[in-house]
Write a protein that binds this ligand. Structure first.
Ligand SMILES: Cc1cc2nc3c(=O)[nH]c(=O)nc-3n(C[C@H](O)[C@H](O)[C@H](O)COP(=O)(O)O)c2cc1C
Length: 178
């Protein structure tokens, strides 16, 4: 696929088939992520592939948190939890332990996450970048054995079982400042 076509074709995918995703493909997505630019070439990202029971545990953490604190968190949290439940794998994206340069490192990690999403599209996979784990991200990091690192986002991945139309974008005239 032409690179521009990959960009045009990428959508957030929230429905997945029951087909498993090979770990090899997920490792390839992580390799692509590590090709992203990073401030001072710090490469502040760390990645973990999470599947099966551990992924289900993350879904339970999100649902339990939402049931307790529904007035305080995003209304989309339970839906996002169900999307994670239906996906076949998560790539959990952590920031390394460094406390300085958090802003630059977050920018760098955002680029790496987009490489994962575009890479997934180019490989016929569906993905969705997820931040609704935010209220439970410390709990998840501890559960995964990396309580000393900060989770930035997770990407849910699987084979797409939907072909959504492009979501609306602002007009170019509204985003190009003169
Ligand atoms: C930082 C970030 C956080 C996001 N968090 C979520 C999320 O928690 N749940 C979800 O379903 N989609 C999430 N999305 C996906 C957006 O909703 C989606 O990108 C947007 O609606 C545009 O749709 P498109 O990706 O299909 O173009 C997130 C996207 C970004 C960049």
């Amino acid at each position: 696929m032409e690179f521009k076509d990959v960009i045009e074709k990428r959508r957030s995918i929230r429905k997945f088939t029951s087909d498993e995703v090979d770990n090899q493909l997920l490792v390839e997505l992580i390799r692509l992520a590590t090709l992203a630019p990073s401030a001072h070439n710090r490469q502040p990202w760390r990645f973990m592939i999470v599947k099966d029971d551990k992924k289900d545990m993350i879904v339970s953490m999100m649902n339990e948190f939402y049931d307790k604190y529904k007035d305080k968190v995003s209304k989309t949290m339970p839906f996002t939890a169900s999307v994670i439940g239906e996906s076949k794998a998560l790539i959990v994206v952590f920031r390394d332990g460094l406390k300085e340069d958090r802003y630059l490192d977050t920018l760098s990690i955002g680029g790496a996450i987009e490489h994962i999403c575009l890479g997934a599209t180019s490989m016929g996979l569906g993905s969705v970048w997820i931040n609704d784990i935010d209220p439970v991200k410390e709990e998840i990091a501890k559960y995964l054995g990396y309580g000393d690192l900060e989770i930035v986002s997770v990407v849910a991945i699987g084979y797409p079982n939907q072909d959504p139309k492009p979501r609306p974008r602002k007009e170019l005239n509204d985003v190009i400042l003169k």
